[in-house]
Design a protein. Structure first.
Length: 378
């Protein structure tokens, strides 16, 4: 029996849980020709939501859809490479004429494009060193999207990376192209809220007020519980409602982590066993033990103040007033200023995330498994 709790790859429709309101909002926003900024904590399901939206008939049948994760990129050259490779990969199934039209527009890379001697199809084996004029190639990419024979929707995940590129004009460059386009809409997605909010909510930034914004929160407990019980039942397996409730509550509904625990319980517990709360605890303990070596390596890469601050926030669960004297004393930290510097570094490393609550930031560890491992270890 296929494990219904997917934690990698694209989730097939029967195993996709809820997000009905968000899907409807996405489609209506795209139909109304607006760009979208999607933010969420890491592993809340934003990538799966985007891919789910792309599979809806009103989008799939009428648009070219592109998705690329630019988290590994560190420069404009790499961004151009990622964008062009994604376009090529999507167009390959459309046939030679469509591919040729795209490649014919990449004049700046013409000398780097080869052809398969058997099929006669072009081979996109562009290397980073082949991109000598990234601004020109970027202009050619956007020109293709604007002139494509169908409307385009391009999702760029971890969009905040462009703010870290050594080239200082990337935001302005992208915005200058995008604001002139009528045939392509963009979904900017990411988990680093403090960078993305600055990019889209600061009047001094090129992308200010240029996208409709949505924050992806957890799936409601009753909806997720019904989904999980249904999946076990369809597989002829049994799990107590209290066990599903415990898995949800342990992570406050954070989709990936609840899914991960249930995935492992489904995979490694005997099929004839009625899964109860003790099984959930045992499964979680096994997951943390398996990830322990990796988490230890993460902690070893932090300086003393960063490590102590991360431990303090992990033990709080949700930490408010982190630069207050009370918080510093409670966790035996050096000083409010050292905590502030540490938090800034931990946010940049995406080890922390935050939510704005009543005009104050509430911090938490981005990886809930890491948070639990820290509390268990320290």
């Amino acid at each position: 029996m296929e494990n219904p709790f997917y934690i990698t790859g694209i989730i097939p429709e029967p195993y996709f849980c809820d997000r009905e309101k968000e899907t409807t909002w996405f489609i209506r926003t795209l139909e109304n020709k607006a760009h979208i900024l999607l933010t969420s904590p890491r592993r809340m399901g934003k990538t799966q939501l985007i891919r789910h939206v792309f599979e809806q008939p009103s989008i799939k049948d009428n648009c070219y859809t592109f998705y690329t994760d630019i988290y590994p990129t560190t420069s404009l050259h790499e961004l151009v490479l990622f964008l062009s490779k994604e376009i090529y990969s999507v167009l390959v199934p459309k046939g030679k004429a469509v591919i040729d039209k795209f490649l014919a527009g990449l004049h700046s890379l013409a000398g780097s494009i080869g052809y398969d001697p058997i099929s006669g199809l072009p081979t996109f084996d562009i290397k980073l060193g082949d991109i000598h004029a990234p601004e020109l190639t970027l202009e050619e990419i956007f020109r293709y999207l604007e002139l494509a024979d169908k409307p385009c929707v391009f999702a760029i995940d971890e969009f905040q990376q462009i703010a870290l590129y050594p080239e200082k004009n990337v935001e302005a460059l992208l915005r200058a192209h995008i604001q002139k386009m009528n045939n392509c809409l963009f979904i900017y997605a990411g988990s680093n809220r403090h960078i993305l909010e600055n990019m889209f909510n600061s009047a001094a930034k090129p992308f200010y007020n240029s996208a409709e914004q949505i924050y992806l929160d957890c799936i409601p407990k009753d909806v997720y519980t019904a989904f999980a019980n249904e999946q076990f039942s369809k597989a002829g397996r049994k799990i107590l409602p209290e066990a599903v409730s415990l898995a949800y509550d342990l992570f406050e509904g954070h989709t990936y982590y609840v899914h991960n625990v249930l995935h492992n319980a489904f995979a490694y517990l005997n099929a004839d066993k009625v899964i109860d709360e003790s099984d959930i605890h045992e499964t979680l303990s096994n997951i943390l033990e398996e990830k322990g070596r990796t988490f230890a390596s993460v902690m070893n890469q932090l300086n003393f103040q960063q490590k102590e601050t991360l431990i303090a926030i992990a033990k709080e669960g949700k930490a408010r007033g982190v630069t207050s004297v009370a918080f510093v004393k409670k966790h035996a930290l050096k000083s409010p200023s050292s905590v502030q510097y540490a938090i800034s570094a931990l946010l940049d490393k995406q080890l922390l995330t935050y939510q704005n609550e009543e005009r104050t930031k509430t911090y938490s560890v981005s990886d809930r498994f890491l948070e639990m491992w820290i509390c268990k270890t320290y």
